[in-house]
Ligand binder design. Structure first.
Ligand SMILES: [Zn+2]
Length: 451
């Protein structure tokens, strides 16, 4: 029988951003999120509509442009759903629908250049799929369809790739989501098999269960580590494997101990670098770290993780992008006295333009990934506690609507938080049945109220 431990995401369409959060999304839309094609390669291509993309002047491999484009599609669809913006949704769905409606005969979805070649001369790449499918899972909330689930299940059971090496293992995120939606054990089995095999395939990764549970300091590539360390908590939710959850918990404790900077994001100028006065972080990690914390929050209900999400999003995110959302940095940090051409003081690329605000910094991952940060924050402000209750997990001006028709209940969170410390919850509806409302306060205190 299907089991889900802990809290769950609500459909993103149940949540409404208000106040400064909505204004942030609107500036995203009017800035790069709605116009990223002006930022050049690979965002000026047809993305996932093509079987392969030309290698740009600096790209490393055929998968890279697809990863970048997929980050963007995920941000665009979530921003579009939260703003109910038809233009953004049309743009994202053009990509999503093309992929879902054009499977290979064996069920594989996506660009041909990422599929294992017949001669196996090149390994299959599935990491970009993990990124792209997050957009599909978000859009599913607005357009629930058995066809979507069936297409994704077929893809994962197509046996066209193992998902047990490198960041390909991150596909267990979609497999676990599919298992939650369908109860199909084959997805859970494939997720567990992939994650277990990953442990043996990459014994030196800081994100194996063994190494996460150890006291050793992680030195891995930042965005990779953020994507991998969450998997223990994510899979605990569908397997009940306590040791996997403990590993993710300990990995996060070590991140705080060894790498967390004052603005709430781990020191990650490409690799985890430790704490020092002019340490910084890659913009991808401003998106990826809070996303990982969200899984620990849902698995444990521990408000510490909600604190961590708020701290990163409220402090590091606004610093890495201009207020009009038309330029961003590749590296940012708490102490950036100067940010212009040639001012990068970090070990990686010292003297380069990594700290310069540009529509498309030197590495294209960050300009794709930054679009996900705020929509993801808003999507997880309100959670389902799995027992009929609603959790106000992260704070900010917003509203949630539960149920429909006569049973609809709307909760307005009236606040200018974090610019103001007072928050008023206003309830609207005729619902008479009791509804548990566990409040989680950012300071770690918890209380429980009933309406
Ligand atoms: Zn990046």
């Amino acid at each position: 029988m299907k089991r889900i431990c802990g809290w769950q995401e609500l459909p993103i369409t149940d949540i409404e951003s208000r106040g400064w959060l909505r204004s942030f999304l609107e500036r995203q839309r009017d800035g790069l999120t709605g116009h990223l094609n002006v930022a050049g390669y690979p965002f000026n291509t047809d993305g996932w509509l093509r079987d392969s993309l030309p290698r740009g002047p600096r790209t490393l491999a055929s998968w890279w442009p697809f990863e970048q484009y997929a980050y963007w599609v995920d941000g665009v669809v979530r921003c579009g759903l939260l703003l109910n913006d038809k233009t953004l949704l049309r743009r994202a769905r053009r990509q999503i629908d093309h992929v879902l409606q054009n499977p290979d005969k064996d069920g594989y979805l996506g660009p041909a250049s990422l599929k294992t070649l017949a001669d196996h001369a090149r390994p299959s790449e599935r990491w970009p799929h993990a990124v792209f499918f997050r957009a599909i899972t978000a859009d599913y909330d607005a357009r629930s369809s058995a066809k979507t689930l069936k297409a994704l299940v077929r893809h994962y059971l197509s046996n066209t790739a193992a998902h047990d090496k490198t960041r390909n293992v991150c596909n267990v995120e979609t497999m676990a989501w599919l298992y939650e939606k369908t109860g199909d054990r084959r997805l859970l089995d494939e997720a567990v098999r992939s994650y277990t095999a990953f442990q043996n395939n990459h014994p030196k990764s800081g994100a194996t269960i063994k190494n996460m549970l150890s006291n050793a300091r992680a030195k891995d590539h930042g965005p990779t580590y953020m994507e991998l360390f969450k998997l223990g908590a994510l899979l605990y939710r569908v397997t009940g494997q306590r040791r996997w959850l403990d590993a993710s918990i300990n990995a996060q404790k070590k991140l705080v101990r060894d790498h967390l900077l004052v603005d709430g994001v781990p020191s990650t100028t490409e690799h985890l670098r430790g704490r020092y006065s002019n340490a910084g972080h890659e913009t991808c990690v401003i998106t990826d770290y809070p996303w990982a914390l969200g899984y620990l929050l849902m698995a444990t209900g521990d408000a510490t993780y909600a604190d961590g999400i708020e701290r990163a999003i409220f402090n590091a995110l606004p610093g890495a992008v201009t207020p009009d959302f038309k330029a961003l940095q590749y590296f940012s940090g708490p102490n950036q006295v100067i940010a212009c051409a040639g001012s990068n003081h970090h070990e990686h690329g010292r003297g380069g333009m990594q700290t310069t605000y540009r529509p498309n910094p030197a590495t294209e991952c960050c300009p794709g990934n930054i679009h996900r940060a705020m929509p993801n924050y808003i999507a997880r402000m309100w959670l389902n506690d799995g027992r009929g209750g609603i959790v106000s997990a992260c704070y900010g001006p917003s509203a949630v609507t539960l149920g429909s028709g006569r049973n609809a209940l709307r909760i307005n969170q009236e606040t200018n938080y974090p610019f103001d410390d007072s928050i008023t919850f206003r309830f609207q509806g005729k619902r008479t049945a009791p509804c548990a409302l566990p409040y989680v306060f950012p300071n770690g205190a918890k209380t429980r109220g009933f309406i």
